[in-house]
Design a protein around this ligand. Structure first.
Ligand code: SAM
Length: 448
């Protein structure tokens, strides 16, 4: 029997929760012993010539989407957001004061929530502050997540003038019934309009975020949505499987009133969307991205330079990402430091001149080795664990044995390759290399 014929059986067997591996070790292992002082130490060790990437988290949206699994909230008025920006500016000052010099920066990413919830003037204040403290390189990528429903043409023009050169629009799905179910009313014409505004403003690097596995989605609606998305010719698409994590995002329980696609249906939807996108010249990148051949992400894939970080697949080559804002996670060669998610605590720390770090994790050489092995697998579906010790290799081989017996991987010594048909199980297969993974305790979204 071929693997293709067995795929639904494999899904029944293997659809267990697994991390998304946007970091290794994954964020559920962060602990409170890592505080501002630890992070300060890591910042002080940043090398003189090391280029940095910067991230800003804006945890506000105009309206809550029922599927949302991100850190965001709905404010009663703009005032708390303006106040948040004041604190963000001070946080940038506090971090910069702990760096030995004005460091080069090659990327700035704005995520959320919805960064464009902020007024153009407030966004400009943040950019000015970053340019004061960091030496922003000429060819830096300045990316921003944008909600197509609330952006105006004037704001897009302002963003372009401020240097924003890559935009990610949240699209999710074009089907009216699906949009009603997820509390996100967003007609195709609206997305078409904002995409044109971005191009008119000179921003041609346009990404769309789409989703599958949402309530009321079917193979037919998915195919139609992909056709419509492709007709607008974005350079890159991220197509995320809906992660149902109601213990973290309580509002997601609303979706339980609908019939949800099961794991077999999710697999079918993913196959259909991959085929539809392939027909329009989109090439797969990693587990959930698709890019046109001239997009930088595909070039990175081709050149062996694709990476994965908290924002997903990236062209970013920086070893260090300094992140600002509530919940933001910074990554340095020494370890991870995450800011508090509580806005009150965030403000208090900053007003007291302290870094708002709430938790994190120090990384040792063993973690760094496994991180490289897992990142390679998540990006290229093949990896080599020869750098592990002999007993660690035996342990990994034991964990891989079931996948091998079921024909999902090919293993030659310490080299492992995931077969095409089994790529949907990549996150689960990566758990074999994860020394921190404990299946019983884990509260991740399901693997398929
Ligand atoms: C931080 S959100 C920003 C979107 C932007 N604020 C907007 O509304 O257009 C980034 C993307 O994460 C994805 N996302 C959010 N919640 C998700 C979930 N529970 N499962 C899978 N993907 C999710 C959506 O595709 C979304 O566009």
């Amino acid at each position: 029997m071929t693997l293709q014929m067995d795929i639904y059986k494999l899904i029944d067997k293997y659809d267990a929760p697994a991390p998304r591996y946007t970091s290794y070790p994954t964020a559920n292992h962060f602990h409170e012993q890592v505080d501002g002082a630890a992070y300060e130490g890591w910042l002080a060790n940043i090398q003189e010539d090391e280029p940095l990437s910067l991230y800003l988290h804006i945890p506000f949206c105009a309206k809550m989407c029922s599927y949302c699994g991100c850190h965001t909230k709905i404010l009663p008025s703009y005032k708390p957001a303006a106040d948040y920006v004041d604190h963000l500016l001070t946080e940038i000052d506090l971090v910069a004061a702990r760096l030995a010099r004005k460091q080069k920066s090659i990327q700035i990413q704005w995520g959320g929530g919805t960064p464009t919830y902020l007024s153009a003037d407030d966004i400009e204040r943040v950019f000015e502050k970053l340019r004061t403290h960091f030496d922003l390189q000429q060819d830096a990528e300045l990316g921003m997540e944008i909600d197509p429903r609330t952006i105006t043409q004037d704001k897009i023009k302002r963003l372009s003038a401020l240097g924003v050169n890559r935009i990610s629009f949240g699209v999710q799905d074009f089907d009216e019934k699906v949009q009603q179910a997820i509390n996100r009313d967003q007609p195709y014409e609206q997305v078409k309009q904002v995409t044109q505004w971005a191009r008119d403003a000179g921003i041609n690097d346009i990404n769309f975020d789409l989703m599958y596995g949402l309530p009321l989605q079917s193979r037919e609606t998915i195919e139609r949505t992909m056709e419509q998305a492709a007709s607008l010719d974005p350079k890159r698409l991220a197509v995320f499987g809906y992660a149902h994590v109601p213990w973290f995002a309580k509002h997601q329980t609303k979706l339980e009133a609908f019939k949800m696609p099961d794991a077999h249906e999710r697999y079918d939807q993913f196959m259909i969307l991959s085929d539809a996108l392939a027909r329009h010249g989109y090439l797969p990148v990693g587990i959930d991205h698709f890019a046109k051949e001239d997009d930088a992400l595909f070039t990175a894939l081709k050149n062996g330079a694709l990476h994965r970080n908290f924002q997903g697949y990236t062209t970013d080559t920086a070893q260090t990402m300094i992140s600002f804002g509530a919940t933001a996670i910074s990554q340095t060669p020494g370890g991870f430091a995450q800011n508090t998610p509580l806005l009150k605590k965030y403000r208090e720390a900053i007003e007291n001149g302290k870094l708002p770090t709430a938790r994190g994790l120090q990384i040792d050489n063993k973690d760094a080795l496994r991180r490289a092995i897992i990142e390679k697998m998540m990006c290229y579906f093949e990896t080599d664990y020869a750098a592990l010790t002999e007993s660690e290799q035996t342990d990994v081989a034991d964990k891989l044995a079931a996948f091998e017996a079921d024909g999902m991987i090919e293993r030659t010594g310490t080299k492992v390759k995931i077969k095409d048909e089994a790529k949907i199980f990549t996150r689960l297969i990566c758990t074999a290399f994860d020394a921190w993974f404990a299946p019983a305790e884990n509260r991740h979204a399901r693997a398929v």
